[in-house]
Design a protein around this ligand. Sequence first.
Ligand SMILES: C[C@H](O)[C@H](O)[C@H]1CNC2=NC(N)=NC(=O)C2=N1
Length: 101
Amino acid sequence: MAPQPLTPEETEQALSGLPHWTTDGDSVSRSYSLAGHLPAAAMALHIAAIQEELNHHSELTLGYNSLSVTVNTHSVGGRITELDIALARRIEQIAPGHGAS
Ligand SMILES: C[C@H](O)[C@H](O)[C@H]1CNC2=NC(N)=NC(=O)C2=N1
């Protein structure tokens, strides 16, 4: 069954438990700072593995010492769903291990 888009209120509620994650109404996103380029790339690879496990994929932007994540759910026309929130929570769990802040 297709996931249901969250209402703006449901999105805000979910993001209240995900500090530093924001929404523009169409997606949820967060940028991380890391110790350098290779640590940022390593975190990107780790996120890619999680995304394959969840079959849910964000847009990742790798910078010199930063990594930005933006995600919404394509299958419901680019709306925000629980799948996006679940991915954000998983990324938050691995971020400290990469020294990401
Ligand atoms: C066929 C496959 O299940 C779909 O294309 C998956 C893959 N990853 C996805 N990622 C995201 N962000 N949204 C989707 O709707 C989505 N759908």
